[in-house]
Write a protein that binds this ligand. Structure first.
Ligand SMILES: Nc1nc2c(ncn2[C@@H]2O[C@H](COP(=O)(O)OP(=O)(O)OP(=O)(O)O)[C@@H](O)[C@H]2O)c(=O)[nH]1
Ligand SMILES: [Mg+2]
Length: 457
């Protein structure tokens, strides 16, 4: 496939998805639609974030919270046509239960439209209608799907080369030994042998799972193979970088066909979630990666950068056809910032900046920013004097415990640590249960208001 064909192909799907935005034109002055795409790897905090974001918008009516939207009259939740409803109320009920619980991991796509009705801001808008509408569409999906976006810019052969290189690196070599040994024996020109492909495919899936389970690595493709229900034998493929022109019906041809079929799913996902993207939030669980050590941290950095490159590569094609499809605001967000003391927030942002770096902000968005947030703040802070030093302690209930305790969390680095420094950390991350006794009012948070302002203002 030539680059041109590939781009045209990629551009058409989002255009179809954007059809309703185009026919909306007469209402544009009084009816604005913003799609905020929430991006993040698995367990980075997307579902909690979307719940808190939607709830903050709903409760913001009663707060002096919307300096950026004049006179909010009503905020309501709606379906996004064509997508299952994201269950804001259900997730909130879990957070407010006794004992409270975080949402379960996400296994499918869902979305919610937050409709804000307010006084029109423009002169022309005021002439046309008494109320203006701002729709904010929030889309949730399993984090594993995100890491597949780079496949849209790689042929099977290119993907295979990169995947084999990664599998040969020290952090993965031992885990990859089984599938690599068996894949090397496959005769790619021989007539397809489904049982053989399934066997190596299964070994490859085991490899991806142990990279995640044992090493906390995140650059794991195809991401859907990590989900329990998507690994039927007939869809499995794995990298083999010595494929030239596969013969029809051969093992090699089947691998390429399956790769292309899988890319169809990724393309559909990209169109549904990012097709009309204007504002994007990239959620990153930096603290967990930091805790896991240099390999996991470097792998997360590679993942974030590769996804950013894929966005870069994917957006210009349809931005040309659909001028308002480009990203105009990008927020890079370190989540779960309530797992460190408030004195460490600057370091957390610094670390995020040094990890994602100039690459993300190169030519992506008109306006970008780094943030450290807690969507739902699970800890509070107290200060004690220890040996004449004033030190902050976190107070929270650790996951699995029933009583709150105080924890001294220590310091986190403000830039990527040098190779020798990793062993000197005394930092230990803790998982906290959601706060108890949440009522119907606004949720406790850290910096969500600033992020909201940045995204919607
Ligand atoms: N302390 C704290 N923990 C959080 C916060 N947000 C998320 N978490 C933790 O992170 C976990 C994952 O959050 P989710 O929102 O489910 O993450 P996700 O990105 O939707 O994960 P997938 O659905 O698996 O892709 C939660 O179960 C919590 O343990 C937060 O604001 N503060
Ligand atoms: Mg989720």
């Amino acid at each position: 496939m030539t680059d041109l064909q590939r781009w045209t192909d990629l551009a058409l799907a989002p255009l179809k998805a954007a059809g309703d935005a185009l026919v909306d034109f007469p209402a544009l002055l009084t009816h604005e639609r913003r799609r905020v795409a929430i991006t993040g790897l698995q367990r980075s905090g997307k579902t909690v974030f979307i719940t808190a974001f939607a709830h903050a918008l709903v409760t913001a009516q009663s707060l002096p919270f919307f300096p950026f939207i004049k006179k909010v009259r009503d905020v309501s939740l709606h379906d996004v046509p064509g997508l299952p409803r994201f269950d804001v109320e259900g997730h909130l009920a879990g957070l407010r239960a006794d004992p409270p619980r975080w949402p379960a991991a996400t296994h499918a796509l869902s979305a919610v439209r937050v409709r804000i009705q307010h006084d029109p801001e423009s002169f022309l808008g005021r002439l046309l209608a008494s109320t203006a509408t701002l729709d904010v569409d929030l889309v949730d999906y399993p984090g594993e799907w995100l890491i597949d976006l780079p496949l849209l810019t790689r042929s099977y052969d290119e993907w295979s080369r990169q995947s084999e290189d990664l599998a040969a690196a020290p952090a993965r070599r031992d885990l990859a030994a089984a599938w690599r040994a068996d894949a090397a024996l496959i005769d790619l020109d021989a007539p397809a042998n489904p049982a053989l492909l399934a066997r190596v495919g299964r070994l490859y899936v085991d490899y991806l799972r142990s990279c995640r389970g044992e090493r906390a690595l995140s650059y794991l493709q195809p991401g859907r193979f990590l989900q329990p229900e998507t690994t039927r034998d007939e869809i499995l493929f794995f990298p083999v970088a010595r494929l030239d022109r596969p013969k029809r019906g051969s093992n090699g041809a089947v691998l390429v066909e399956r790769y292309e079929a899988y890319r169809g799913l990724v393309r559909q996902f990209h169109a549904q979630v990012f097709g009309r993207l204007r504002r994007q939030v990239v959620l990153i669980d930096l603290l967990t990666a930091l805790q896991q050590g240099p390999d996991a941290f470097a792998d997360l950095a590679l993942t974030v950068r590769t996804i950013a490159e894929a966005f870069d590569a994917l957006s210009p094609a349809f931005a040309k056809l659909l001028p308002f499809a480009g990203i105009d605001r990008l927020a890079l967000v370190a989540t779960k910032a309530d797992e460190v003391a408030s004195t460490q927030l600057n370091n957390l942002v610094g670390l995020l900046e040094s990890m994602t770096g100039a690459l993300m902000l190169r030519d992506g968005a008109a306006s970008s920013g780094y943030h450290a947030i807690a969507s739902v703040r699970a800890t509070s802070e107290v200060w004690h004097t220890v040996n004449t030093l004033r030190l902050p302690f976190l107070v929270g209930i650790e996951e699995g415990e029933s009583e709150p305790k105080e924890f001294f969390m220590g310091a986190i680095p403000g830039t990527i640590p040098a190779a020798d420094d990793w062993s000197n950390f005394d930092f230990r991350i803790r998982r906290f249960a959601p706060p108890r006794g949440l009522g119907s009012g606004p949720l406790p948070h850290l910096n969500m208001d600033k992020l909201l302002q940045f995204l919607l203002g």
